[in-house]
Design a protein around this ligand. Structure first.
Ligand SMILES: C[S@@+](CC[C@H](N)C(=O)[O-])C[C@H]1O[C@@H](n2cnc3c(N)ncnc32)[C@H](O)[C@@H]1O
Length: 239
């Protein structure tokens, strides 16, 4: 594709149509076909491409931050389940000062994921790392410039088994482990944002958060698909 010299915008449109047709052709099942078709026509996927975000989820965080103002210049942010890195991209944009200064006082983003995360200027990544592992949590604490974080973000999700109750329980367990991390590193007044797949244990997480934070609410950004069980819990004012 890189070898093709595009003469004009028409060629670009034709090339894109050809690419879409090829991708759809490769889908094996009708579910795959539906997923790819939806993905290719998704306005957030297009916007992510246009704005150089690594994936559409960037817009979930942008929307939440726009409304609740959780990320500020100078903040230290931990991004849990960071791959491919779109939330970290947003966090880096928000925590640096407008002159683009990345000095120690100018904000710090640390991203952690089981998968590899490609480097990003302004962020430190712990790839191939399990955030629930106490050794990884100690590494994070040692990396934080002041030993404390202003914000913990989690868009983390286990590989879905398709069994809704089981997937919900696994994500709840991950969130509980992040509460241990927040007890260790989150400064008083700090913010915690985590993804949940709604289910019977969601209230447990909300109750645990209310013990630790003064302001706890559910958030469902428009970029999160309505048909998805995905919801976010935003907890502000760490006690
Ligand atoms: C929906 S993706 C995150 C997308 C990311 N917020 C972004 O904007 O690029 C969820 C990620 O959680 C990661 N994950 C799941 N369990 C994890 C764990 N125990 N420790 C670290 N990362 C985990 C997965 O590997 C996956 O990359």
């Amino acid at each position: 594709r890189n070898q093709i010299v595009l003469q004009d915008a028409k060629s670009l449109v034709q090339l894109r149509r050809l690419h879409v047709a090829c991708v759809l052709d490769k889908a094996k099942t009708s579910a795959e076909h539906r997923w790819i078709a939806r993905h290719l026509s998704d306005p957030y996927v297009k916007a992510a491409r246009q704005n150089n975000y690594r994936c559409r989820s960037a817009f979930k965080l942008l929307e939440i931050d726009e409304k609740y103002k959780i990320l500020h210049p100078g903040h230290c942010v931990i991004d849990c389940g960071a791959a491919p890195g779109a939330w970290s991209q947003v966090a880096v944009e928000k925590v640096r000062f407008s002159d683009g200064d990345f000095q120690a006082s100018a904000g710090f983003v640390i991203g952690v994921d089981l998968l590899h995360i490609s480097p990003l200027e302004g962020a430190v990544f712990l790839s191939n790392s399990d955030i629930t592992d106490p050794v990884v949590q100690d590494k994070i604490i040692n990396l934080l410039p002041s030993g404390q974080a202003d914000v913990i973000l989690s868009d983390m999700a286990p590989n879905a088994s398709g069994i809704r109750k089981l997937d919900h329980q696994r994500l709840v367990n991950m969130c509980l482990s992040l509460l241990d991390l927040s007890d260790k590193v989150l400064r008083p007044g700090g913010t915690f944002l985590c993804k949940l797949w709604d289910g019977s244990e969601s209230n447990l997480i909300r109750d645990r958060l209310r013990q630790r934070f003064s302001d706890v609410r559910n958030v469902k950004p428009k970029a999160s698909r309505t048909e998805s069980a995905e919801t976010f819990i935003l907890a502000k004012l760490h006690k």
